[in-house]
Write a protein that binds this ligand. Structure first.
Ligand code: ATP
Ligand code: MG
Length: 569
């Protein structure tokens, strides 16, 4: 491809709107342009990278025996009502009406649609197992779209769905997908870890996330160096501390704490450590509103609250709801005298009397004792694991690292096949629900994660398998007929070997061309300058190592082609 006519608008300045390096570099390298919040156009260089990710995914899904389909983006509300998700999905679901006033949505995921397809087409155990996948545009009206393709509203996802006759079969389908994912992310040149993930409140289900470790990651991963255990912090179980004997608690006492709202303020004002203060948080869930108390220096985890209650949603209550339930402004909620159930995190066990909000503006209680001063609906693991907490498997202290979730595999069980009545006839002729799994990969997020892991001060350093072009040819005197001839011959020879070549035929200063080649991250650069050409040589430079080689022109195509092919996966 010739650069002069290519839509490849590179820029030198860091775009102000971009916070993470992959977003900055995708904009600067002319890969993407923003249309609206979380909605991007893919330019040629960007699309080429996404296509590479997709090709790797396709090859590995096909190898694992999955079949490719393409499902509609627009989905009728009826299906979502059948599964029960129309009511619970919330604002991420983009809902619209067609001209007949019929409710529809733009698919954020396709469990309903695929289950509907399969319930009509699969009859017998003889057709199982079956795994269907697609690579398709999703829409999720994310509350905070950010980081470019990392968290968009419109984005490309590979989603696959497996259907098995029984749970053991579903486990086998799941294992095959885990293997396929390991191969996919290895082939993309990523450093990643599969971790146990939260699977919500669905019985008999489990899930793993594939995390690319990077400081910019939005997820936190607990990793144990001692035994290799890894889990999303939302999932990792925090062991209950050994219950020691609780110190005698003095009687409940109300104290004035004017304007002292945060744990830090309250503990300083009353002269007690933050661990002696209990934080009371109200969660609104589809199972009703509950109060959750955690130690002052801990954070309550909504996913664990959700799982404890078997709820589909659990969100921190807003200011108005806090006022309505406690009768006090935010900052003074406490468990004493509340009308909603109160759950306590294990870490508060044996703490004795606690400082808690008094549900009255400007007041707290001292010496509040669970059971004595307020009823306890339950003790549970309600906080996210933290650095240094004991590993749930071996007890050694865990480390907490940041990760980008690029893929998610999920054993669904019969959640959708039961609600949508997707059944098959088993060998005995009995009708049984299909056992399902679902498996997602964010295509754009994977490309972004690759940049997070592979860049330097000059730009992107693409792993060869994802690079938009494998080789860039850099003729320095584009007006010189001999240079043009040599460049054209070399490009043709490389293309004949199946190498993807970008020819920078712009009439620009060498510095500009070198800078753009580095920014674009093309793995191998071949410079054709006057001096080298006079000696019959091309100058090769590897983007990653910056190693330079002088290669005779006659051998340049074979040399570069071998270099690239060694690094493809
Ligand atoms: P997250 O927790 O990051 O919102 P999720 O759990 O909602 O992700 P899934 O529903 O499992 O994601 O979707 C499968 C894959 O799709 C994810 O692993 C991720 O790679 C990708 N993905 C999800 N949401 C987005 C998004 N807003 N932008 C880009 N990719 C996304
Ligand atoms: Mg999400």
């Amino acid at each position: 491809m010739d650069y002069a006519k290519l839509l490849l608008p590179t820029t030198r300045e860091d775009p102000a709107e971009a916070e993470v390096v992959s977003h900055k570099l995708m904009l600067r390298a002319g890969m993407i342009r923003k249309l609206a919040a979380g909605i991007y156009s893919y330019l040629p260089a960007g699309l080429r990278v996404l296509r590479k990710v997709e090709r790797i995914i396709r090859e590995e899904m096909d190898r694992a025996g999955a079949q490719e389909v393409l499902l509609p983006a627009v989905q009728p509300a009826e299906l979502w009502k059948e599964s029960g998700r129309w009511e619970v999905y919330g604002k991420e679901l983009l809902r619209l009406k067609d001209r007949h006033e019929r409710d529809c949505c733009i698919g954020p995921t396709h469990e309903e649609v695929i289950t509907d397809l399969v319930r009509r087409e699969i009859r017998s155990y003889r057709q199982l197992p079956m795994n269907l996948y697609q690579i398709q545009t999703k829409f999720r009206d994310e509350i905070r779209p950010r980081f470019g393709l990392m968290r968009g509203r419109e984005f490309i996802m590979k989603d696959a769905y497996s259907f098995d006759a029984d749970s053991a079969g579903a486990d086998e389908s799941y294992r095959k997908m885990v293997d396929a994912y390991v191969r996919i992310f290895q082939r993309c040149g990523l450093e990643f870890v599969p971790v146990e993930a939260d699977s919500g409140a669905i019985g008999g289900s489990f899930s793993h996330e594939f995390m690319v470790l990077a400081d910019s990651g939005e997820d936190a991963v607990a990793a144990c160096r001692a035994c290799g255990y890894g889990a999303n912090v939302e999932k990792a179980e925090v062991r209950a501390p050994e219950a020691g004997s609780a110190p005698e608690a003095a009687p409940l006492e109300e104290v004035a704490t004017p304007e002292q709202r945060t744990i830090g303020e309250v503990s300083a004002y009353l002269g007690v450590p933050p661990q002696a203060v209990a934080k009371t948080l109200l969660f609104e869930t589809d199972r009703g509103t509950v109060a959750v108390c955690v130690r002052g220096d801990h954070e309550a985890n909504p996913a664990k609250v959700k799982n404890l209650l078997g709820a589909n949603t659990a969100e921190l209550a807003g200011e108005a709801a806090v006022r309505a339930v406690t009768g006090a402004p935010v900052g003074f909620a406490g468990p004493v005298g509340l009308s909603v159930p109160v759950y306590l995190d294990h870490a508060l066990r044996g703490a004795g009397g606690l400082v808690v909000g008094a549900n009255r503006g400007g007041f707290h209680y001292r010496s509040a004792l669970a059971g004595r001063d307020f009823p306890v609906a339950g003790w549970a693991d309600l906080r996210a694991i933290e650095e240094g907490d004991p590993c749930p498997r071996c007890g050694a202290p865990v480390a907490v690292r940041r990760g980008i979730e690029v893929g998610h595999v999920f054993k669904l069980g019969t959640k959708y096949s039961e609600s949508l009545r997707a059944t098959f006839l088993d060998a005995q002729g009995a009708e049984r629900p299909l056992v399902m799994g679902c498996y997602g990969i964010g295509v754009g997020r994977t490309a972004a994660a690759a940049i997070e892991q592979n860049h330097d001060a000059d730009g992107i350093v693409w792993p060869v398998p994802l690079a938009p072009w494998e080789v860039v040819l850099l003729p320095l005197q584009v007006k010189d007929e001999a240079t043009r001839q040599v460049t054209g011959d070399l490009a043709a020879a490389l293309q004949a070997q199946g190498i993807e070549v970008l020819v920078d035929d712009r009439d620009e200063r060498p510095g500009v061309k070198f800078k753009d080649a580095d920014l674009l991250g093309i793995p191998l650069r071949l410079t054709l300058g006057a001096k080298g050409l006079a000696q019959g040589m091309a100058e090769a430079r590897e983007r990653k190592t910056r190693a330079e080689h002088r290669v005779p022109l006659g051998e340049a195509a074979a040399w570069a082609s071998a270099w690239v092919k060694e690094r493809r996966t």
